[in-house]
Design a protein around this ligand. Structure first.
Ligand code: PRP
Ligand code: URA
Length: 207
């Protein structure tokens, strides 16, 4: 099952980002803010290593992250979550997977792949605000695994039961984190109530 982030600060921002009256500038800011909260939880189980640090007073026993992180936004809407996660893990590497949903079939079409070698052996975080049918996320996970990735989490903002089931059936090893699991998909395979077309709302390209 996907893990929901139910923190009131996330849910409050989600209410605003869903609102059709929220314009692209505020939408982008909220996508960044919500991503930070979700990733804070999604990265909770990262491996750490003990290190000694000399403070001005004494030696402290501390912990540092002990894996190579690769953030993978699914183009184009996933880029709207990139700043948010990089605020948490600024040294992460970034790989890109370009996918769009064919308007007729609703199936993902791959048009770009650029992944750093650290996907093999590192920890990959796939980011995309919308996990609808799950086709795009599942295709991105196939691409990552074909490039040697084995430790992967997915962070989205809104998903729905059909999409979660689709991804979990194909990738049971991958945990999904989301701020909302909505009711269903409509006949156009949009999430209901969702937030509309995330790419258009992020980049102001609908009208
Ligand atoms: C959206 C969204 C996901 C995908 C979700 O992208 O950002 O990538 O649809 O749908 P799915 O779960 O049914 O595959 P879109 O194809 O609209 O491309 P864009 O990001 O370039 O706008
Ligand atoms: N893509 C979006 O941007 N929104 C949806 O609801 C479904 C797919």
């Amino acid at each position: 099952m996907a893990q929901l982030i139910e923190h009131p600060c996330v849910q409050h921002k989600l209410a605003i980002i869903r609102d059709e009256e929220t314009g692209h500038k505020r939408f982008r800011e909220l996508a960044t803010e919500i991503t930070q909260f979700i990733c804070y939880e999604a990265l909770k189980n990262l491996p750490t290593i003990e290190v000694k640090v000399t403070t001005p007073v004494a030696e402290a026993t501390c912990r540092k992250i002990d894996t190579k992180l690769v953030v993978v936004p699914i183009l184009r809407a996933g880029v709207g979550m990139l700043d948010g996660i990089l605020e948490l893990v600024p040294t992460a590497r970034v790989g890109f997977v370009g996918l769009y949903r064919d308007e007729e079939t609703k199936k993902p079409v791959t048009y770009y792949e650029r992944l750093p070698p650290q996907v093999r052996g590192g920890t990959c975080i796939v980011i995309d605000p919308m996990l609808a049918t799950g086709g795009s996320t599942s295709a991105a996970l196939d691409i990552l695994k074909n490039n040697g990735a084995s430790d992967i989490v997915v962070v989205c903002i809104v998903t729905c039961p059909e999409g979660v089931e689709f991804v979990e059936t194909r990738h049971p090893d991958v945990k999904i984190y989301a701020a909302a699991i909505d009711d269903r998909l409509n006949e156009k395979k949009y999430i209901v109530p969702g937030l509309g077309d995330a790419g258009d709302r992020l980049y102001g390209t609908s009208h």
